[in-house]
Design a protein around this ligand. Structure first.
Ligand SMILES: Nc1ncnc2c1ncn2[C@@H]1O[C@H](COP(=O)(O)OP(=O)(O)OP(=O)(O)O)[C@@H](O)[C@H]1O
Ligand SMILES: [Mg+2]
Length: 245
């Protein structure tokens, strides 16, 4: 049977601890085409990170299924990169060691070259030997992005990757992400709180309700590139998304 690249079918998640339970996700259904960039937008605590973890295969205790390329997701794989909400770098490794950490199967020279290339890409040139504690929050987050990209993932899952960045760095990183995507055709699913960011980046925006998170609206962002954040069309879509909150 014909299938979409990513299919999420009836995904529900309840966290239980002792007698307490939190209903995080309720019957999430959507699919993503190869090469698409989908933004997931929703209020804090509605289950966005939980949803990304399920797609990545980091958490498989839920009802419903996630299929990638027709195969059920049962564990994390190298072909799926994840940028976490907090950078999660190893504090005892330098930037270059962190980026190199999960990169296997290439010779030493290629490894060094790929690591440097990705450090440059996220604008951390000169900080190769720095430890995470010597970086600003935004720089650490960029190192996390380099680490996810260095494996050339087929699918990149991004959990509010630019949340800690100032407006200008954030806009630069958003443009960079578009460039990366253009070059690599990586499929991306990105969680964000930022409506402008979603309208600027996404092919499609999925709006979630407060917990238990369910999909309340799917908005196609049919804007030509390069997108102008001040154009009438941009602001119209922005308004359409805004009205959901
Ligand atoms: N490991 C866990 N154990 C128990 N409850 C959890 C766990 N992880 C998440 N939750 C609960 O599930 C709900 C959804 O959490 P999640 O982190 O997915 O939200 P979110 O949409 O990513 O929020 P934010 O925008 O603040 O990052 C929250 O109520 C949270 O308390
Ligand atoms: Mg989250």
């Amino acid at each position: 049977m014909e299938h979409k690249y990513i299919e999420i079918k009836g995904l529900s998640k309840i966290f239980t601890r002792k007698k307490e339970s939190v209903h995080a996700l309720e019957n999430i259904d959507f699919s993503v085409d190869r090469g698409e960039l989908v933004c997931i937008l929703g209020p804090s605590g509605c289950g966005k990170s939980t949803l990304l973890r399920a797609i990545c295969g980091l958490d498989t205790e839920h009802s419903g299924d996630v299929f990638i390329d027709g195969r059920k997701v049962i564990k994390p794989e190298k072909t799926r990169g994840m940028v976490f909400q907090e950078h999660r770098l190893f504090p005892w490794l330098t930037v270059e060691e962190n980026v190199a950490f999960a990169l296997n199967g290439v010779d030493k020279d290629t490894k060094a070259e790929l690591v440097q290339q990705h450090i440059d890409l996220v604008g951390l040139t000169g900080f190769e030997k720095s430890y995470p504690r010597q970086l600003s929050g935004g720089m650490a987050q960029r190192a996390g992005i380099a680490r996810a990209l260095v494996n050339d993932p087929e699918l990149l899952l991004l959990d509010e990757p630019f949340g800690a960045l100032d407006t200008f760095t954030k806009m630069a990183m958003q443009k960079e992400l578009k460039q990366i995507r253009k070059k690599s055709n990586t499929t991306m699913i990105m969680v964000t709180h930022d409506i402008d960011e979603a309208v600027f980046l996404a092919d499609r925006i999925i709006v979630m309700s407060p917990r238990p998170g369910s999909i309340v609206k799917v908005i196609d962002v049919d804007l030509a590139e390069p997108r102008d954040r001040n154009s009438y069309e941009f602001l119209e879509i922005r308004k359409e998304v805004f009205n959901e909150f």
